[in-house]
Design a protein around this ligand. Structure first.
Ligand SMILES: Nc1ncnc2c1ncn2[C@@H]1O[C@H](COP(=O)(O)OP(=O)(O)OP(=O)(O)O)[C@@H](O)[C@H]1O
Ligand SMILES: [Mg+2]
Length: 283
């Protein structure tokens, strides 16, 4: 697949604070990539540099072989973005919010209506077309924000923590929408999250970010295999010890020797993070 994006040695310093400390990766057409990391890891700062909201201190961002900052106007056509705190105009209808985006992105007048109708249908919001956004639930607003970012048909969609703060059922329905965008529209997606399950379920490739650095990258399966497939948890009074094994039999053998209460479970990306950094993603 053709490469959309190349990121080389990306750094962002805010006065004395280094938010992103040298990040390199590429994304190809149609790929679904996750940037998984705890609060303050540098996810939003990375997305802002890839979408032109922040200028990097160092490094290069290249879309289809051309430097982003030298060709910002053309490159922005390839980019759709839902920022962490993206919002809609509450007093406008769903249709009007999408219409504004069409104007901002120079979508020809003649194409606007059909694109908006298609986007509303894709989001399952057709019947709410003329309703003011202030009457929408949190999940409906998120759906609308996401399809708004697709109106100009970008090649890559950036989603910065798209399901944060939503209840599990709404989160699942948003996952369906996001997967549909990747599969039906063949759009590449870079999604940031600190939800382990979100990264494991959705992403073909996950980059784990901590303190501004990508500390590991691969498919969820590869990342997990690198640590071991099974975890033996040993419950002490004040903490839980985790030991990693490549087979259930090995874990069982250790479990039999255990005098404390313990159990075996399959490994998750949370364990991978713990093994790499010594702490948990979600504390
Ligand atoms: N404008 C700024 N000025 C100073 N420091 C900043 C600024 N923006 C971010 N930072 C710091 O840079 C680090 C990375 O922040 P960033 O928002 O990129 O993290 P994040 O991974 O998106 O976290 P979260 O999960 O909380 O959204 C944090 O320590 C943050 O406090
Ligand atoms: Mg963030």
């Amino acid at each position: 697949m053709r490469e959309i994006l190349q990121v080389k040695g990306l750094v962002k310093n805010f006065s004395k604070k280094t938010a992103v400390a040298g990040v390199d990766f590429t994304i190809s057409e149609g790929e679904f990539v996750g940037l998984l990391g705890p609060n303050g890891a540098g996810k939003t700062t990375t997305i802002k540099m890839l979408t032109g909201l922040l200028k990097p201190t160092e490094g290069e961002v290249i879309y289809y072989g051309r430097d982003f900052f030298r060709h910002a106007r053309e490159s922005k056509r390839f980019i759709g973005v839902v920022h962490q705190y993206s919002n809609l105009d509450r007093d406008l209808t769903a249709y009007e919010n999408l219409y504004l985006h069409c104007i901002l992105h120079g979508i020809p007048k003649i194409e606007r209506d059909s694109k908006i109708k298609e986007a509303l249908e894709f989001a399952g919001l057709t019947e709410y077309e003329d309703k003011e956004v202030k009457t929408f639930s949190g999940g409906m607003k998120r759906r609308l924000i996401i399809v708004r970012a697709l109106l100009h048909e970008p090649k890559i969609l950036y989603l910065d923590e798209p399901t944060v703060g939503l209840d599990p059922q709404i989160r699942r329905s948003l996952w369906d929408l996001i997967v549909k965008i990747n599969q039906i529209k063949s759009m590449a997606i870079l999604l940031t999250t600190h939800y382990i399950e979100e990264a494991e379920r959705l992403c073909q490739r996950v980059m784990i970010i901590n303190k501004g650095r990508i500390i590991s990258s691969g498919s969820p399966e590869q990342l997990k295999k690198g640590v071991g497939r099974y975890v033996l948890e040993i419950f002490y009074d004040d903490h839980i010890e985790e030991r990693f094994f490549s087979t259930r039999d090995e874990a069982l053998e250790e479990l039999r020797k255990c005098t404390l209460s313990c159990r075996i479970r399959e490994i998750t990306l949370e364990d991978v993070f713990l093994k790499l950094t010594g702490r948990r993603i979600n504390v």
